[in-house]
Design a protein around this ligand. Structure first.
Ligand SMILES: Nc1ncnc2c1ncn2[C@@H]1O[C@H](COP(=O)(O)OP(=O)(O)OP(=O)(O)O)[C@@H](O)[C@H]1O
Length: 313
């Protein structure tokens, strides 16, 4: 067992494609036995960061270390599992054959029975991959990613196309792997998935880390609260109140995002005597993500990036 507490890290990594700067001094650490969710809008640099950790490309500057070595070393690659969006699986092969083939690449693969149980492949082993549904193919891809018993697992949007039961099952399997010491890097646009699985969340945008910490820590980065109540007040009127970030009507329900929440709650109660079922919650990870990567954060980041670029020129 490697004494290094980290499964992988990027330190001060810069990466550009021609004139496009994809990463601007990114630090990212993946802990053993933990799930790190890498979140960011389109073009933020997530795939680039994953590509560097997989050794698919080399950084222009900075350090990339995976399982104590280079991501390109064979001994390291044999301990890494990957489930990407574009799977490139041979469609004509049966699931049983795909699993046998992929297991053969690894020195100490997980047992077939464990792979079947963790990925939920019961009844699929003798089917050809190309004839499976999208959700079934996703489960096979998960099995292929974990069959080498990886110490580090990359999951890119793992539950896209899965029904609720299959999604819960995959989450349970990921938790079991993590409890066993596996490190997981999850990239997802489902904030609910990051909330359910991740110990740590790293939000990147325009090649920079904007926020990182546990899910509660990242949520706490914004003071917004979600207010929900049964009220007939007009959304347009509420939208104009100080502190109101957004208002949505869902039938008889009014849903308000506010910061600070207290004056908005007082005004709601003052203006609608019939108001009922009032709930106030801390904003979710999705709200925090939108606030962090929203226009204001974007403008601030852009200004600081322009300044850095000016100094570098
Ligand atoms: N091969 C490439 N050639 C040129 N530019 C690239 C290349 N790959 C990525 N980029 C650019 O680098 C930046 C970061 O892209 P990246 O694919 O890492 O983002 P991402 O966060 O994974 O986005 P998405 O959520 O859309 O997949 C973007 O501006 C993108 O256009």
């Amino acid at each position: 067992m490697n004494a290094n507490p980290h499964a992988a890290c990027l330190s001060g990594v810069h990466m550009r494609y021609g004139n496009t700067v994809a990463l601007r001094g990114v630090d990212l650490t993946l802990a053993r036995g933990g799930v790190t969710a890498l979140l960011g809008p389109n073009g933020a640099g997530k795939s680039t960061a994953v590509g560097l950790l997989l050794g698919l490309q080399a950084a222009d500057a900075g350090r990339v270390e995976v399982l104590g070595g280079s991501p390109r070393a064979l001994a390291v690659r044999r301990r890494v599992g990957v489930m990407l969006q574009s799977a490139g699986v041979q469609e004509a092969l049966k699931v049983r054959e795909l699993l046998a083939l992929t297991r053969s690449y690894y020195p100490a693969p997980r047992s077939v029975a464990d792979c079947v149980a963790l990925a939920g492949l019961d009844g699929l082993m003798d089917r050809r991959y190309g004839q499976l549904s999208g959700g079934q193919q996703r489960r096979v891809q998960f099995a292929l990613a974990i069959c080498g018993d990886p110490a580090l697992l990359f999951l890119d949007e793992p539950t896209t196309g899965l029904d609720i039961e299959a999604r819960q099952r995959l989450w349970k399997a990921v938790r079991a792997l993590v409890a066993d010491g596996c490190a997981v890097l999850l990239t997802t646009h489902y904030l609910e998935e990051a909330e359910a699985l991740a110990d740590r969340v790293v939000v990147i945008d325009r090649g920079r880390v904007l926020a990182e910490g546990s899910v509660p820590e990242v949520r706490a980065r914004i003071g917004q609260r979600r207010i929900r109540c049964l009220s007939a007040l007009a959304e347009g009127a509420v939208q104009a109140w100080p502190g109101v970030v957004s208002v949505q009507r869902d039938g008889a329900w009014l849903e308000i995002l506010a910061e600070p929440a207290e004056p908005v709650v007082q005004r709601l109660l003052a203006e609608d005597a019939a108001l009922s079922e009032l709930e106030v919650q801390r904003a979710g990870l999705a709200d925090a993500f939108l606030a962090l990567t929203g226009e204001e954060a974007r403008d601030a980041a852009r200004a600081s990036i322009d300044e850095t670029d000016r100094r570098a020129a």
